[in-house]
Design a binder for this molecule. Structure first.
Ligand code: 8X3
Length: 251
């Protein structure tokens, strides 16, 4: 049997990069995509030096023509990890910038749609495909200031749920992993437009936020289940977080 190919979007850092490492270790040939070429090329080098099969393909998931060209060049594909996404701002609905909402919808929903549509023929042809959507607990409940991101992640959740219904009878699983508070180097920094102090406050006093590795392990577990097992939805939170709005902080 040939090594199964797994495409990971947003593989330049955080959950995406960690997932690529875990899937490679689990025996996949990983195709790393992200806008930042240097980062994914470095990760591909690291994985190859460790004896894994890895390929870096710079890609913006919101650029449909580029996604189609990528899909045409890819060949076989067994697993798609739709991880690219992110939040912009924490302004209340009354003050939020529509441009931020549009961008979040583009990346978190249309990005998933673009790559999923483009790779679905190959995933189906593999006879044992998996489409995995890294959504968020923001796809399952709201919080003040979260409006635009929450709306977009609800969109990603609905995309996954709908696709699962539509693919019934075809050999492609649709899995959703919904992480809560994960401390990565970039998520909050991007949300607060580079403001390190505000980004650090998100995790202040929280004993152990989830790490990218924690989420990557869950993703890899879901992907490596026997093919007839479909993990519809897995919600992950740190012990210190009981809901989107209830977090235990020391001090
Ligand atoms: C990240 C979780 O709580 O910042 O997807 O929306 S949250």
């Amino acid at each position: 049997m040939t090594t199964p190919t797994a495409v990971v979007t947003g593989a330049s850092s955080g959950i995406g990069a960690a997932t690529a490492r875990h899937l490679a270790a689990a025996g996949h040939r990983v195709v790393l995509t992200a806008r930042r070429a240097e980062r994914i090329e470095e990760l591909a080098r690291e994985l190859k030096e460790a004896g894994h099969e890895a390929l870096a393909c710079p890609l913006d998931v919101t650029d449909r023509a580029a996604v189609d060209a990528f899909a045409a060049s890819l060949g076989d594909c067994r697993v798609l990890i739709n991880n690219a996404g992110g939040a912009l701002g924490l302004e209340p609905v009354a003050e939020a910038d529509p441009a931020d909402w549009r961008r979040m919808y583009e990346v978190n929903v249309l990005g998933v749609l673009n790559v999923t549509q483009a790779l679905l023929p190959a995933l189906t042809a593999s006879g044992a495909g998996t489409v995995l959507v890294v959504s968020s607990t923001a796809g399952h409940g709201t919080y003040e200031g979260g409006g635009g991101y929450v709306a977009a992640k609800h969109g990603a959740h609905v995309l996954a749920e709908t696709l699962r219904l539509e693919l019934l009878g075809r050999p492609v699983r649709v899995v959703e992993i919904a992480p809560g508070m994960v401390q990565t180097e970039e998520f909050s920094l991007t949300r607060f437009r580079g403001d390190r102090e505000r980004a650090a406050q998100v995790y202040q006093g929280v004993a152990q936020p989830l790490t990218a590795d924690d989420v990557a392990r869950a993703i890899t577990w879901a992907v490596t289940q026997p093919q007839h097992v479909n993990v519809d939805l897995l919600v992950l939170r740190p012990l210190a977080q009981a809901s989107n709005t209830k977090v235990h902080r020391a001090g």
